[in-house]
Design a protein around this ligand. Structure first.
Ligand code: ACM
Length: 509
């Protein structure tokens, strides 16, 4: 009853029963995490020892380079006196730990001690390894702010499903959410908006606003803490700093970054906003200084610079932007955007990092080493893979979890329908790619754009159980059928119940 489904699973013999006498045998830091996961429901303070004694019941975590399937592969075996998890790296052991949690009675997910349960682990042998190396979840914390404690909870939910990337969308028109020491107004001004639109910007007219100030940001200390929390669970955080579009909050804080002479407020309306960064040398330098602080906080090899939906109206109308294009000998605004992204690509490469951008970065020519997130369908991803670039599949139709799950949920703000069954059926490798080109598909990722997710209840309602389905799309090499998934999901939902996840329980088929 595991989600995501492992490569192979056999059961034979008597279960192992966890008792207060069980120890955790390992010399690795992952032992502490396992103890923390098991303690609340069992109430056991399992000692962590380097080596279990003969006949001592133990959960053994061992590095074993002979386990095949990559860093995150693992082998989990129930033996006479315990459970042994072997993996080539700690990342693999972490994946095995998530499986062990799910092998125990679902009550293991209780936050309180449960006394009337036998903590049995069935006598299984599990061999497992992921299909893709990029298994991601994205959260937009600009449209609605979710505090660091909540971000950690979401990361833990990702870890439970063996995701290994958290893409943190930290800046946008409606709020700048990361403290930058060199430019304090980004958060003093840019993290706060006076109100938010009610309903849809095109369909619900005339516009109405809620009159409620909204905002918040993460201090650099909080970010370090979240990054470490995620790393401990095998999750790399990819920060996203949007440019050159989706920039209104930053321009509100520092008007010289924009294209207008009139001051702006932090955005209060959703959609594609015209107030983008200008492409002056001073702005590029400003953003590179921002990135330098970002790189200090995030060890990720990949750094996301957005690049999507950059309205060209102001660049086309601004004499300064026109002069800049002439100075750089560029034919049009698309070429200027491409120039902008290339500058960031080069800068990040010099810092030893890799630029990731939404598929608009293909327009006007792709920067040399850029990775593309294909969101407007798979076309951009296919084109990039054919050019030899790495790609993360994030297509709207299958991975945009702001789409409604059921017809009955549709409202004026609907972006369309994405049922659980459709999410489960997603295949990240497009048939048009040759096997060599397909190697460039790093994986896929689920998006939570939060315009219409004002609180954690709504966020979780949109994320789950579709993130459970996606976990299997990106992890499992042997997806069988939707019916097979649903049978396991029914048990898995008991786990989510105990974790207090406000998933959508309707229409599970
Ligand atoms: C996007 O949804 N604008 C990447």
């Amino acid at each position: 009853m595991l989600i995501p489904k492992p490569v192979s699973f056999t059961e034979n013999g008597d279960p192992f029963v966890l008792t207060p006498e069980t120890v955790i045998a390992t010399t690795l830091p992952v032992g502490e995490l396992l103890a923390e996961y098991l303690r609340p429901a069992t109430g056991f303070w399992m000692p962590i020892v380097p080596l279990a004694g003969a006949g001592q019941p133990a959960l053994i975590l061992q590095i074993d380079e002979s386990v095949i399937g990559g860093d995150e592969a693992y082998l989990l075996e129930v033996i006479e006196d315990g459970v042994i998890i072997r993996a080539p790296t700690e990342a693999g052991l972490l994946m095995g730990i998530q499986t062990l949690r799910q092998l125990l009675p679902t009550a293991i997910f209780s936050a309180q001690v449960v006394t009337d349960v036998r903590w049995e682990v069935p006598a299984v042998v599990i061999e497992d390894a992921p299909r893709f190396g990029w298994r991601g979840g994205m959260m937009d914390v600009s449209r609605h702010f979710f505090d660091a404690e909540y971000v950690k909870r979401y990361i833990d939910l990702l870890a439970l499903h063996k995701f290994n990337r958290f893409h943190w969308h930290l800046t946008d028109d409606q709020g700048w959410r990361i403290e930058i020491k060199r430019y304090p107004k980004l958060t003093e001004v840019g993290a706060w908006r006076k109100e938010s639109i009610i309903g849809h910007p095109h369909r619900d007219v005339p516009h109405r606003y809620d009159g409620e100030p909204h905002g918040g940001f993460y201090t650099q200390d909080q970010i370090r803490d979240v990054v470490a929390y995620a790393a401990r669970r095998g999750i790399t955080i990819i920060p996203e700093i949007e440019m050159p579009g989706h920039a209104q909050a930053a321009v509100a804080a520092y008007p010289e970054l924009g294209n207008l002479d009139t001051p702006l407020e932090v955005g209060t309306i959703w959609g594609i906003i015209e107030n983008v960064f200008n492409a002056e040398e001073s702005t590029i330098e400003f953003l590179q200084n921002v990135l330098l602080e970002v790189l200090e906080l995030f060890p990720s090899q990949y750094i996301h610079i957005g690049g999507d939906e950059c309205a060209k109206t102001q660049w086309n109308e601004s004499p300064k932007a026109q002069a800049r294009m002439r100075e750089l000998n560029l034919p049009d605004a698309d070429a200027l955007q491409s120039y902008f992204v290339r500058r960031m690509d080069k800068f990040l490469n010099e810092q030893g990092r890799v630029l990731v951008g939404w598929d608009e970065i293909l327009e006007g020519g792709l920067a040399e080493n850029a990775v593309v997130m294909s969101w407007r369908g798979e076309t951009g991803g296919i084109a990039a893979a054919k050019e030899g670039h790495d790609v993360v599949m994030t297509p709207w139709d299958y991975t945009y979890f702001f789409l409604d799950q059921l017809e009955a949920h549709k409202s004026s703000t609907t972006n369309g329908l994405l049922t659980l069954e459709k999410a489960y059926g997603y295949e990240p490798i497009p048939p048009d790619l040759t096997p060599e080109e397909a190697q460039h598909v790093l994986g896929a990722q689920g998006q939570l754009w939060t315009e219409y997710m004002p609180n954690v209840e709504k966020l979780e309602f949109m994320a789950f159980p579709r993130m459970c389905a996606l976990s299997e799309v990106v992890w499992s090499k042997n997806r069988e059928s939707y019916a097979d998934f649903v049978a396991r999901l029914r048990v898995h939902l008991q786990r989510l119940d105990l974790l207090g996840v406000n998933y959508c329980g309707e229409g599970i088929g």
